[in-house]
Design a binder for this molecule. Sequence first.
Ligand code: SAM
Ligand code: SF4
Ligand code: SF4
Length: 334
Amino acid sequence: MPLTDTLNRPLRDLRISVTDRCNFRCVYCMPKEIFGPDYQFLPRAEILTFEEITRLARIFVGFGARKIRLTGGEPLVRRDLHLLISMLSAIPDVDLTLTTNGSLLARQARLLKDAGLKRVTVSLDSLDNETFKALNDVDFPVEKVLEGMDAAAEVGLLPIKVNMVVKRGVNESSILPMARFFRKKGYILRFIEYMDVGNTNGWRMNDVVPAVEIIKTINAEMPLEPLEPSYRGEVANRWRYKDGSGEIGVVASVTQPFCRDCNRARLSAEGALYTCLFAVKGNDLRALLRGGASDDEISQSIMRVWNNRSDRYSELRSENTASLPKVEMSHIGG
Ligand code: SAM
Ligand code: SF4
Ligand code: SF4
């Protein structure tokens, strides 16, 4: 039975964080000053098991979710992730994908594909090692991420999408080299406006490179024209190269908010349901799972949460809202 919220938005897209841990310390997501050696990650027992995740996923699909994206933290650091993929891929009519930093992709691509994963999105913020290492803050080289993407392409996890977060003064000079490179490769590059997720990245509006500026920069060298969205609620605005050599996307959540069509539910690693990336608090589904609730009782609870949903943070964003308390991105994924 399809659900709708107070703004008449359906639930179509489920993002599942399978871990709050990551082997990178991207400065815009898990800055080292906070996520240092003393940071308390979730103990194993508090994280949902694969069986618990799959049980919830089936209920969400019953409510109309058609896309499941695994995320984190870094999803590929969760042990035996391919087993979860094979459990989720048994649910009919679901587009199953994941977002990864690519560091462990080369060695897992085949296993993931064989388990039933359809495609992947790989994050990469620059082709220049100095810039990329300054952003991932763990000295991880560009070449290894590219190897991961190529391994994914080779086993057919297609189309490959590449996420690039653009931060003013840090990697804007990488916009054109990235566009040129991935146009040749045939991977779909998506530029993401730097967002004020969480409370640790010190976000300022001045750090955001607006989508219009990104498009203008690329268009000056490689002419672009807009494409229609593939479906309602698509996050990225799509553009194609006029010469037919491929497409790019821009996720303009800061300068062109798309809350009106936001159909995403997010499940944190410890089983809390979040109805917005910028929410303060989630709704504890793990307590129900572990307290012996029936599928029907869990469904009722999800229904109540979604029916009451009124989130539209990005439409209300200002310099002042940036300091409001919010969940960290690494907790619920992008
Ligand atoms: N670790 C995986 C990765 O990096 O692809 C998955 C989780 S990560 C939180 C999901 C996406 O969110 C990544 O593409 C990342 O670049 C993006 N992201 C993280 N912090 C962001 C921020 N402050 N603004 C915009 N995008 C951000
Ligand atoms: Fe890790 Fe992804 Fe966050 Fe970077 S963006 S710190 S890779 S979870
Ligand atoms: Fe959806 Fe919240 Fe982002 Fe708006 S701010 S698009 S409601 S996740």
